[in-house]
Design a protein around this ligand. Structure first.
Ligand code: GUN
Ligand code: ZN
Length: 435
């Protein structure tokens, strides 16, 4: 393989740790005039230009970024690619929204060609928004997951996805059985798990749409293969929670339904986790499981306010999720803007550095991928974005009045969206260019 070395000279910002654990100052590194050096797909140097340019003076390919900022690519810890076409569907809370919009839309994904066309739209949208890794729901059809992984592999993206397991409380055209869900998932695992940059997630939709027999099968898959993810929903909506306690009367709480079926581990990601008791936070921490905080969805579906302070108090890993199509934007910047408001409504503050952490390294840690993605440390994969300080007249005008990095970051998150993403790189290659 020929060696290609490229560098980017720019303001550069990334996190080193969770500000809640080490304090804000120790949580990030910022180079006002920095240099990021990439060999093939990996980062080989990061530092001040004044120190690194003399060392790397032979590199011909140096891109200089004026009026912009390089950050790691964003990590979306919960999203549904088959719901791309029903984003912004009016008027319902979770259970009616599923029945009226989601299930009818997911029916079409038995057709692989159709699934492929949606996967292309979806991945383009992620990359336009600077998201380089996501944990993704397919549908119940294995074709949906084949189509998604093929499209991701073609672009060399680090992606995690899985086939929905769902054997009850859904239309006939969307249900599998414990046995077929096990067999189809197994086939997909053997085909895709840890192939290149791809990973498989065992994906029971949520407790109400799986029988105990099916959840047992999901647990068997996790025990049979190494490093599989488990991806589902948890305690999102009050009616959903009541339904779960009537369906599983022998479980102590919602999380316990999954726990009883051996679905909690360091690679388990639970979307939402809004209505949790202390026992549940405690158990999430004990098992190393993570929650995906999905603010635009939680507000749009009227689900409630995620309690980040509770998760922090119990040391539970948290990533940020868009949850499209319950969520209303593919933009992690817009998602952070809504996250700030969710925390404000509870009389607390979400700092700009914690926000950046949630969208990058925090997500990578929730997914146990922090040795590969999430920041710009030497040796990690070159997944990064260039943010444009002049993306819109208002952003440019507002940032001219910024007095600190904190303030700049906060303005970027509050006013930013897909227009702010000038370029997106995955494994050292440009996969989106705005202009
Ligand atoms: N709970 C079960 N399925 C879904 C879904 O598709 N979206 C959301 N937001 N919650 C769910
Ligand atoms: Zn979801």
């Amino acid at each position: 393989m020929t060696v290609s070395v490229k560098a980017w000279r720019s303001a550069i910002l990334h996190n080193l740790a969770d500000p809640a654990e080490v304090g804000v100052e120790a949580s990030y590194q910022y180079f006002e005039d920095g240099l990021l050096v990439v060999e093939n797909d990996k980062i080989i140097a990061l530092g001040d230009s004044s120190e690194l340019l003399p060392i790397y003076q032979d590199i011909d390919d140096i891109t200089t970024v004026e009026n912009g900022l390089i950050t790691p690519g964003f990590v979306d810890t919960h999203i549904h690619y088959p719901q791309t076409g029903i984003i912004a569907s009016y008027g319902e809370q979770l259970l009616d929204w599923l029945n009226n919009y989601t299930f009818p839309a997911e029916g079409a994904f038995h057709d692989k060609e159709y699934a492929r066309s949606v996967a292309d739209v979806f991945l383009n949208e992620l990359l336009r928004n600077g998201t380089t890794t996501a944990l993704v729901f397919g549908t119940v059809h294995k074709e949906s997951v084949d189509a998604f992984f093929e499209a991701s592999e073609k672009r060399n993206l680090r992606m995690i996805a899985g086939k929905v397991m769902m054997d009850r409380h859904a239309p006939d055209f969307l249900v599998d059985t414990p046995e077929t869900s096990y067999q189809d998932s197994k086939e997909l695992i053997q085909k895709w798990h840890e192939k290149g940059r791809l990973h498989y997630a065992v994906t029971p939709r949520f407790a109400p749409t799986s029988t105990s027999e099916q959840l047992t099968k999901a647990g068997e898959l996790l025990a049979e293969f190494d490093n599989l993810y488990m991806h589902t929903h948890l305690s999102e909506n009050q009616q959903e929670c009541e339904w779960v306690s009537s369906l599983f009367p022998d479980s102590k709480n919602y999380l316990d339904v999954y726990d009883q079926h051996k679905l909690l581990s360091e690679r388990s990601v639970f979307a939402h986790g809004i209505h949790l008791c202390d026992d549940e936070y405690h158990r999430l921490n004990e098992t190393g499981s993570a929650i995906a905080f999905c603010p635009t969805s939680n507000l749009f579906l009227g689900s409630g306010l995620f309690r980040l302070n509770k998760a922090e108090e119990h040391n539970v890993n948290v990533g940020l999720g868009t949850d499209v199509g319950g969520g209303t934007s593919f933009s992690m910047l817009q998602t952070l803007s809504e996250a700030y408001k969710v925390i404000q409504l509870q009389g607390e503050k979400l700092s700009p550095f914690k926000s950046l952490y949630l969208a990058t390294l925090g997500g990578a840690k929730a997914l146990r991928l922090e040795d590969k993605i999430g920041n710009l440390a030497v040796g990690t994969e070159a997944d990064f974005v260039i943010l444009d300080y002049q993306a819109t007249p208002l952003l440019q005008y507002r940032l001219e009045h910024s007095k600190s990095l904190d303030e700049t970051l906060f303005v970027l998150m509050t006013l930013g969206d897909d227009r702010s993403i000038l370029k997106t790189y995955s494994a050292g290659k440009c996969v989106h260019s705005r202009d």
